[in-house]
Design a protein around this ligand. Structure first.
Ligand code: DGJ
Length: 750
């Protein structure tokens, strides 16, 4: 990104110290310069005003040093082309003695110290028991698309590098590196990645994703009032309950395609917290990072703690464009490079078909059937290892069960490969059943407090991955599996949350570092595994969607969003999911009916729902009728024709689930030549025709041919203009209840 740098008189590259000595020169330059065009340089520094301007996509993000040396947020919003418009940051006035200026000034990264009463970014106990952190600007460096602002505690005890990165996709990220610069131990009690700030106003709204097992990532939008709304996980992993994504709109409400939306997401797969706080003065602060609950991270002199990246962006084109920005960013910057260019293969997974009852003949029979309908990857789920006949035993013993696989996994894998598919395997490496050889050999390897109960969930305990020996065991077990077998893909599961989070062998002061260490070691194991086996792909699963975030997605190609595979329920789960994450990462299976809700949607309906993400099949194929095979083959062939549009294209959420009789989504290929419309009828009311669905993202002057993938249209076939499709719309013939249709829209060469 250094090539982005264009020398501007008021920009500084390299380290600059706290001295404002160049102020006068800078002011003269500012007056003399009038730069009407938008600069391509992603980060500019106006030295005279001590202001940094970060710009990307549609927005500018501006921060500066105020007269007290505090780092102050100045602006986050629609791009402002004229850098000279920005003047030095100035602290806000006090509001009587109870709200002094330090508490009304929008600081970028406030420590808990002095007269500050809002959510801090950093809370620590320093040498001598000092519980006061006041950060002042020390210096900064700009290297192309990266800005590092170094802050120092006024007592010199802590030095904090605030690291900003500007991505050309319209996203910036921030995180901090907190260093103990004293000669005594300093203990960090809250370490946030940073805060995003918006000016005082009424009428802001918060959107977020929440749920529970079986109904993850449900979308909620609610008005923000004074006080704090906390979304978080205290569970050790990202959680099925809340996902670390937010969006803010207001004061004028945004819609799907219009209005200002500020949004962000954390890249962390452990306990996290996002606090959306409207201060008594109506400023909005969105602070996020490690969850400070039970957080206690000692730093010896010279040691440092790095917080996770907190990504954010802005658009004036509504929630739809906010997600499309995130999707483009994830495809370009987040997903593992090695596999980002490939489409996700059509996958089969055995879990719903066979449960724990997997064996070589049974899985081979499923593989034969899967290959016939066009599946490209066959994944054997839980039950293949140790004494694993139920959830009660075997976790931790990662060798094939000798009764089920008397000759190891090789015969099955060879068969799968002979059928033209690659092979994937389920693992849950961070867990152990007490009834396992691993636990009998190493009862001290789990999180525990001596003399206290070890609470089991799903009959399992959490391995203490913070320990080096446990980490090495997990790496070695997975490395052996992947080295000895032709495994292309691991489904990495995690089926319970942390409890009794003790690490008795570690010094008391360090035991609570498990909240950070576990996750970093989990990341390290994946990174080492992928480095050694560069073709290996991974799915992140945690009892469904319990580990979905921008941290894990830098290391895994896809995630399992929910154990709920009922197609109608999935519409809501996928709708919420799509606000934060690209459909390419969203594994979606077609499974048998009646579903876990007792509902029986048609096979076509189930396919069309799953085709809106990365398609998988989870049915018991040995029980399917010839007709079901025929439908599945046709649908999988159709999916292969549209999958690059679904996985890499622009998503338009045309009609949200639960808002009316229809749900509809449209995907447009990056080159604009192909689009796909999916439409679902919940239930018809007598005499009420389903309305026409107006498409988006097409060229109004181009002609398109519309063909049915499934279902029929009221419109005549033939070439139709983009203008017609986007303004008059298409009317799928949907009837009864749980009906579905999909249409391929292809640009006609004129
Ligand atoms: C939970 C996952 O979400 C399921 O898909 C399945 O893999 C089971 N675990 C296996 O135990």
């Amino acid at each position: 990104m250094l090539s982005h740098l264009r020398a501007m008189p008021f920009m500084r590259s390299g380290r600059v110290s706290a001295s404002p000595s160049h102020t006068a020169i800078g002011l003269v330059m500012l007056a003399a310069l009038a730069v009407p065009a938008r600069s391509e340089t992603p980060i500019r520094y106006v030295g005279s005003a001590r202001v940094w301007i970060l710009s990307s996509g549609e927005f500018s993000y501006v921060l500066g040093v105020n007269e007290r040396g505090e780092l102050q947020s100045i602006y986050w919003g629609q791009h402002i082309w004229r850098d000279q418009d920005w003047t030095a940051a100035k602290s806000h006035p006090q509001w009587d003695g109870v709200d002094p200026s330090t508490n009304t000034t929008p600081e970028e990264y406030p420590g808990w110290g002095g007269l500050r009463f809002f959510e801090p970014c950093l809370k620590a106990t320093l040498g001598g028991g000092v519980r006061d952190v006041v950060l002042k600007y020390a210096s900064h460096e700009i290297h192309g698309d990266e800005l590092v602002v170094t802050m120092k505690d006024i007592g010199g005890g802590l030095t904090v590098d605030l690291r900003y990165r500007v991505y050309p996709e319209g996203i910036i990220s921030k995180h901090s590196v907190i260093r103990n610069s004293s000669s005594a131990v300093a203990t960090i009690e809250s370490a946030q990645s940073g805060a995003w700030l918006l000016p005082a106003a009424d009428g802001y709204h918060l959107s977020y994703l929440s749920g529970r097992w079986g109904e993850e990532t449900l979308y909620t939008r609610e008005e923000i009032h004074r006080g704090s709304k906390v979304i978080e996980s205290r569970r050790g992993s990202t959680s099925n309950q809340f996902n670390p994504w937010f969006a803010i709109d207001g004061p004028e409400p945004a819609s799907e395609e219009n209005g200002a939306v500020w949004f962000g997401a954390l890249g962390w797969s452990g306990s996290w917290k996002i606090v959306v706080e409207q201060t008594p003065h109506r400023d909005l602060r969105i602070t996020g990072g490690y969850n400070d609950f039970d957080f206690y991270y000692p730093l010896r002199p010279g040691e440092s703690l790095t917080t996770p990246p907190f990504y954010a962006g802005f658009t004036s084109h509504g929630f739809g464009e906010a997600s499309r920005l995130l999707h483009r960013f994830e495809l370009a910057r987040i997903l593992p490079r090695s596999s980002a260019a490939h489409p996700r293969p059509v996958l089969y997974n055995s879990w719903e078909a066979t449960g724990f009852a997997v064996d070589e003949p049974g899985q081979s029979a499923l593989a034969e059937k899967a290959a016939q309908i066009g599946v490209e990857r066959f994944v054997m789920d839980d039950g293949w290892f140790g004494a694993r006949d139920s959830s009660r035993a075997g976790l931790g013993d990662w060798t094939p069960n000798p009764k089920k696989f008397p000759n190891g996994l090789k015969p099955l894998i060879d068969n799968v490969k002979r059928l033209g598919m690659d092979f994937g395997l389920w693992v849950e490496p961070e867990m152990v059943n007490p009834d396992s050889a691993l636990y009998r050999a190493h009862p001290d390897w789990v999180l525990n407090f001596p003399g206290r109960p070890r609470s089991e969930a799903r009959n399992q305990l959490v391995l203490n991955l913070s320990r080096d020996d446990v980490k090495e065991y997990v790496f070695a077990a997975l490395d052996r599996l992947v080295s000895e077998n032709a495994i292309a893909f691991l489904k990495w599961d995690l089926n319970r949350n942390f409890s009794e989070p003790g690490w008795p062998e570690a010094p008391t002061a360090e035991q609570r570092t498990i909240w950070v260490r576990h996750v970093n070691n989990y990341y390290e194991v994946i990174d080492r595994l992928r480095a050694k086996h560069p073709k290996l792909e991974i799915e992140s699963c945690a009892s469904g969607g319990g580990r979905v975030d921008l941290g894990v997605l830098t290391r895994t190609e896809e995630v399992w969003p929910s154990d709920n595979t009922d197609a109608f329920d999935r519409l809501s789960i996928q709708y919420g999911y799509s606000h934060a994450y690209t459909p390419k990462t969203m594994m979606a299976w077609v499974t048998d009916v009646p579903s876990m809700d007792g509902r029986s949607e048609s096979l076509q309906y189930r396919f069309l729902v799953a085709m809106m993400g990365s398609l998988g099949i989870g049915s018991n194929l040995t029980k399917w009728s010839p007709d079901e095979f025929r439908i599945a083959s046709k649908m999988i062939a159709a999916y292969k024709n549209i999958r690059s549009t679904v996985q890499e294209g622009a998503l338009y959420r045309l009609l949200a689930p639960g808002k009316g009789p229809l749900t509809a989504s449209q995907y447009v290929a990056p080159d604009g030549n192909q689009a796909v419309l999916f439409a679902f009828l919940h239930a018809q009311q007598y005499g009420r025709l389903a309305p026409a669905i107006r498409l988006r993202g097409l060229d109004e002057h181009a002609l398109y041919r519309v063909q049915a993938i499934e279902g029929r249209l009221r419109e005549e076939s033939g070439a139709i203009s983009g203008a017609y499709l986007m303004n008059r719309g298409l009317t799928p013939m949907l009837r009864g209840e749980f009906d579905a249709a999909a249409f391929l829209i292809e640009r006609v060469n004129q």
